[in-house]
Design a protein around this ligand. Structure first.
Ligand SMILES: Cc1cc2nc3c(=O)[nH]c(=O)nc-3n(C[C@H](O)[C@H](O)[C@H](O)COP(=O)(O)OP(=O)(O)OC[C@H]3O[C@@H](n4cnc5c(N)ncnc54)[C@H](O)[C@@H]3O)c2cc1C
Length: 367
């Protein structure tokens, strides 16, 4: 079988598209295969910190990302829910990058970000993407790796390349095919739900990024796109005991408790997307000519030990900080807010940490 591509990327999510764009700009012939018919539009990630914005600048899409989203130069606010005491607890001020690089965030939906990356990549003759094409298996043969896939329009399709990169998400079929364990756990105390809603939080004094601290009505409320579009995201938890038929009324009741302003409320929910959150990491990020990347691995961009000690720890601490009533967590949270309120230097330090670019020493060791 002839070698068709240098690299086949399985999965056209943000990681697969960013990698495809980066490789195509290096004149590496890349094919992305994606099982869906287009970029999924359901609400997913939307906060883009300098750590990724600096990388977007390198591939020439930063201006488009800033223009399409909301540029956050105002930092982050911690508060109690509107239905509770409706109090601002502390603020993290805007940050400055010690390296003079990007010092703002951009709030832009994952779907719009993916479209920008894909459209930029399609300008390169080295980039190709096939939708409706599902990876089913692969095998290696000398210097090549052969991929069996299923195309919705043309049936079974055989493709080959020098390397495969699995960017097929947390339920990676490529990772499963290689029997690579995906170690960790799934949060069972809360199911997460991402709600996109048209409502003018800014009119009621809410800045563009808010963490709402509460054992029940905890949430993250952030602007999801440009001011003109007026879309906001509420990310919150649903009790795992809530039955499927009760999810809608549970979500609506919680959304309304979180919304500031006089009643009756005038708002429109655009989309609701419940999901289970995992803290998992693949035990290997490479086997032969196959590399795992993004949610399929949580490994390829940083070493495993760094991930578990730094990134995963931050994610776990952040989740606990927003809702836990455990005495140790409450004491640490109170200390954190006291420090932010009393010491501007501490707030500036925390803010500056959020402004740092990707540390060079976090890249994996070359093989
Ligand atoms: C509802 C929801 C809300 C979220 N909210 C946030 C948030 O607020 N903040 C945050 O940081 N993160 C959030 N996330 C997580 C974030 O979306 C992921 O971390 C991110 O999408 C990972 O990117 P990825 O490209 O590695 O994988 P994915 O985005 O999962 O992309 C994988 C792609 O591979 C495709 N694929 C899978 N199997 C195959 C196959 N066999 N053949 C071909 N294609 C295949 C899939 O269709 C998909 O398009 C959320 C996730 C969900 C589900």
């Amino acid at each position: 079988m002839a070698q068709n591509y240098d690299v086949i990327i399985v999965g056209g999510g943000p990681v697969g598209l960013f990698l495809g764009l980066t490789l195509a700009l290096e004149d590496i012939r890349v094919l992305v295969i994606e099982q869906e018919s287009d970029i999924p539009q359901s609400p997913r990630a939307l906060m883009n910190f300098p750590i990724v914005l600096n990388e977007f600048a390198k591939v020439g899409i930063l201006d488009q990302v800033v223009a399409a989203g909301f540029k956050n130069t105002a930092g982050l606010c911690f508060r109690t829910p509107y239905s509770g005491t409706n109090t601002v607890l502390a603020k993290i001020p805007p940050g400055k990058s010690s390296k003079g690089l990007i010092d703002y965030g951009v709030q832009l939906s994952q779907a719009k970000l993916c479209a920008i990356m894909r459209n930029r990549a399609l300008q390169s003759k080295y980039f190709e993407i096939r939708y409706n094409t599902r990876y089913t298996s692969h095998h290696e043969d000398g210097d090549l790796v052969h991929v069996n896939s299923e195309s919705a329009s043309s049936g079974p399709l055989k493709l080959s390349a020098s390397f495969i990169v699995a960017c097929d998400g947390a339920n990676s079929q490529v990772r499963d095919a290689m029997d690579i364990p995906f170690e960790g756990f799934t949060w069972k105390d809360w199911r997460f739900v991402a709600v996109n809603v048209y409502y003018d939080f800014a009119k009621h004094g809410y800045p563009a990024a808010n963490h709402v601290i509460d054992p029940e009505d905890w949430a993250v409320i952030v602007r999801a796109s440009s001011v003109e579009e007026g879309l906001w995201r509420i990310a919150m938890g649903i009790s795992p005991d809530v039955k499927p038929e009760e999810v809608e009324s549970y979500v609506v009741a919680k959304v309304e408790r979180l919304m500031p302003g006089p009643r009756p409320l005038d708002y429109k929910i655009e989309a609701v997307s419940p999901y289970w959150a995992h803290e998992k990491v693949a035990l290997k990020f490479r086997a032969g000519r196959v590399v795992l990347c993004g949610d399929a691995a949580h490994y390829a961009t940083i070493r495993r030990e760094d991930f578990v000690k730094r990134v995963q720890k931050q994610a776990i601490d952040g989740k606990n900080r927003i809702h836990s009533m455990d005495a140790k967590v409450v004491a640490e949270r109170d200390d954190f807010f006291n420090m932010l309120n009393k010491s501007p230097g501490f707030g500036n330090f925390i803010a500056s940490m959020m402004m740092e670019p990707l540390p060079e020493d976090l890249w994996p060791t070359p093989w």
